[in-house]
Design a protein. Structure first.
Length: 286
């Protein structure tokens, strides 16, 4: 068993988000679907923990604070109320958007803070028996929903479809064909760093990122402040970074969202296509 697991590690080039993977394909969560409430539940649970701790501290030190000055004791209670109120507004903005389907700038900002603090929330979730990938999928679903609801127009430009190198050949060919059908730019990035470089070079109007939950969270964290992004998570029957595939209907739906809502798509000359494997693209569109 150990030899087989070691073979799984050496038969692929692991991305930096998967360094330390033990090679156990059977234990790998390759097919993940989680609701948005999973991540929201972890956020609420985390707030409950810290708020309870703060209440205990205030209760324990309240007599001493009163001895210093009554206003100090009252102020400590005021801080608790302010903390709870701020969280209610912060957390409630996301919930109201998801319930009412009406975009909100505060919710967009809060979601980006969620993504920035993802590693912290995932460490809390780990103690609840929830893996980083399951939590990441839930957060990506929240981010995608907010992106779909956002009403502002994107800047002029093209839609860029970014995919990882770990997709199986059939899936990669299907993505190329679909990108050509909708006149979108397509780039298969060998690494996350090269994907980010391509975004900087092409300055697309919007991005559809295809990757595992970990890479998508990392990528959205880096570029989500500057470009509208939709994430399409891959399925990994052979473990990470090898033989992955996606639901093509998710990709088609994502392209439709951007083309219909943001009114973007074609517009560049054929010579401006960012596809780096021109012969394969030609074959796919033939």
């Amino acid at each position: 068993m150990t030899t087989k697991m070691e073979q799984h590690i050496t038969d692929r080039k692991l991305g930096h988000e998967w360094y330390g993977w033990d090679g156990n394909v059977e234990a790998h969560e390759g097919f993940i679907e989680e609701p948005k409430r999973l991540f929201l539940g972890i956020v609420a649970f985390t707030f409950g923990l810290f708020f309870s701790l703060a209440c205990v501290l205030v209760w324990g030190f309240f007599p001493r604070l009163q001895s210093i000055h009554p206003a100090v004791a009252v102020g400590s209670l005021g801080l608790l109320v302010a903390f709870a109120g701020a969280f209610a507004v912060w957390y409630g903005s996301i919930c109201m958007v998801l319930i009412n389907n009406k975009p909100n700038k505060l919710a967009d900002a809060v979601c980006m803070h969620f993504i920035k603090l993802f590693d912290f929330f995932s460490s809390i979730a780990k103690h609840c028996g929830i893996s980083k990938d399951r939590l990441g999928y839930s957060l990506i679903e929240i981010h995608n929903e907010l992106t779909r609801l956002r009403m502002r127009k994107a800047s002029n430009g093209r839609l860029l479809v970014l995919s990882p190198r770990c997709l199986d050949r059939e899936t990669a060919d299907q993505i190329r064909s679909l990108s050509a059908e909708y006149d979108c730019d397509f780039y298969m990035a060998p690494t996350g760093a090269q994907a980010r470089q391509k975004v900087v070079q092409t300055k697309p109007a919007a991005i559809i990122g295809i990757a595992c939950e970990r890479d998508l969270i990392s990528g959205i964290r880096d570029v989500g402040y500057y470009f509208p992004v939709l994430g399409v998570t891959n399925k990994r029957p052979l473990g990470p970074c090898k033989g992955a595939f996606i639901d093509m209907n998710e990709l088609r739906s994502g392209i439709d969202v951007f083309r219909n809502r943001y009114n973007i798509g074609g517009g560049n000359d054929a010579n401006d296509d960012v596809e780096v494997q021109q012969p394969e693209l030609a074959n796919a569109t033939a």
